[in-house]
Design a binder for this molecule. Structure first.
Ligand code: CTP
Length: 406
């Protein structure tokens, strides 16, 4: 059996949040993959899902207080025996107790004694997540090496929606299992990721832009951070919440993006941003007025610099070791398929890896999922990633980059 399919001893800590009911599916994902799972709910979490459910699904007795089975010293034994601890849902209170080193129930004792990777999947109302107290606790846990996922954005318990929704069980499982085998795979590496789309202004209020939301770039940043990298995100007009734990540089125009990224000596640069290919030759300093009855304006455009090409040229002329990844938005046409256009683009841009999106239809921009073809210059990789969350796509991209970094 390979190291990556070895059965693991997983502790599944369950916090007192309504999302606890979804954690039954997370438990099933782990057990069906052959892992041994001990569930440790907090005493209050049993108000949401009771011991019988956890015992039946895990095949192990469930205890939540340090005063249960004392002769077995569970508060030390369970944490020390674990290969992985996953806490879901991680409530504001549980994150606070973990960050402060509290040991007032069995789960917090386990968190103090575990020496394996610990992954928290937060779930709470948006106000609680964004509260500086919670954010400080999250930062503390991350500084100490734990993985705290950014919660998903979506419908919360009531009618409200926003950041605070627990990530999908399959995504939590994927990130968590990856930690055991890949923790710190990118440690010591600096990676720069551009995300979003640039804007070219016509006047102070109007611009030429594109539909990129930045979600794929954000997922790439999250995964790189989870694999131990020092991450800089250059965000071009991204309205989405940017991942915490990363350095963020905000830009608007192609010229600003170019200034922020070209010359970087990072180990990896991923150009996930959709960069405007043309910009108006002149930008009016004042708002352009329409002249009633007059002619419609003709806007003269000029080419913007090709930043990806510039990065490759600079790296090669300076003889630096750097992995450069491009993205290609393609549609099939009479000249060739999406894959034909992608291959031609890889040859012309000379980057190391190209991630090709089929943007025909309405299946990429602003969506939570993506489907891509990943090709590497040295032919080491040609991988089709079937439609999956942008995080799954990001993991596939980093797997390819990690091979090239070795
Ligand atoms: N790119 C860039 N600078 C530009 C245009 C694109 O660095 N001025 C980068 C993008 O960030 C992406 C890759 O080049 O990583 C390919 O972008 P895409 O828009 O698919 O290709 P273009 O070079 O614009 O070619 P075309 O639009 O003609 O297909």
């Amino acid at each position: 059996m390979s190291e990556s399919s070895r059965p693991l001893h997983i502790v599944l800590g369950v916090g007192a949040g309504i999302a606890a009911y979804k954690v039954a599916s997370l438990l099933r994902i782990f057990t069906e993959a052959g892992h041994d799972v001990v569930v440790v709910p907090t005493p209050s979490a049993l108000n949401f899902v009771g011991s019988a459910t956890w015992e039946a699904l895990s095949g192990h007795p469930v205890i939540s207080e340090v005063w249960d089975n004392v002769s077995d010293v569970p508060h030390v034994r369970i944490g020390k025996a674990a290969d992985l601890v996953v806490v879901a849902p991680a409530t504001a209170d549980l994150l606070s107790r973990a960050a402060n080193g509290a040991a007032n129930d069995l789960l917090t004792n386990v968190l103090l004694t575990a020496t394996c990777p610990i992954v928290y999947a937060p779930a709470m109302h948006t106000e609680m997540w964004l509260n500086p107290a919670t954010q400080a606790n999250v930062a503390t846990l991350r500084e100490r090496g734990s993985i705290v996922l950014d919660p998903a954005v979506g419908r919360l318990t009531g009618d409200d929606s926003g950041p605070g929704r627990m990530n999908e069980p399959s995504d939590i499982a994927q990130v968590a299992l990856a930690q055991v085998h890949r923790t710190n795979e990118l440690a010591g590496k600096h990676v720069v990721i551009t995300a979003g789309g640039t804007r070219e202004y016509l006047d102070p209020v109007r611009f030429l832009g594109n539909r990129s939301s930045g979600k794929q770039g954000i997922a790439l940043a999250q995964v790189a951070y989870e694999r131990g990298a020092h991450v800089t995100v250059i965000a071009a007009n991204v309205a989405e919440q940017l991942p915490s734990g990363c350095t963020v540089i905000r830009v608007e125009t192609t010229a600003e993006l170019e200034a922020a990224v070209v010359g970087t000596t990072a180990d990896v640069v991923i150009m996930a941003a959709a960069v405007a290919d043309y910009a108006p030759v002149t930008i009016s300093e004042t708002k352009m007025k329409k002249s009633d009855g007059g002619q419609s304006p003709v806007i003269e455009l000029k080419r913007t610099p090709d930043i990806l090409r510039e990065l490759v040229t600079r790296r090669d002329s300076e003889g630096r070791e750097q992995v450069i990844v491009g993205f290609a938005a393609e549609t099939g046409d009479s000249q060739g398929t999406v894959s034909d256009h992608g291959r031609a683009k890889l040859a012309s841009k000379k980057c190391d890896v190209l991630v090709i999106n089929d943007v025909s239809g309405d299946n990429v921009f602003g969506q939570e999922t993506n489907e891509v073809l990943i090709i590497a210059k040295d032919s080491s990789t040609e991988q089709h990633v079937a439609r999956a969350s942008k995080r799954v796509v990001a993991n596939a991209v980093w797997d390819t980059v990690a091979k090239l970094l070795q």
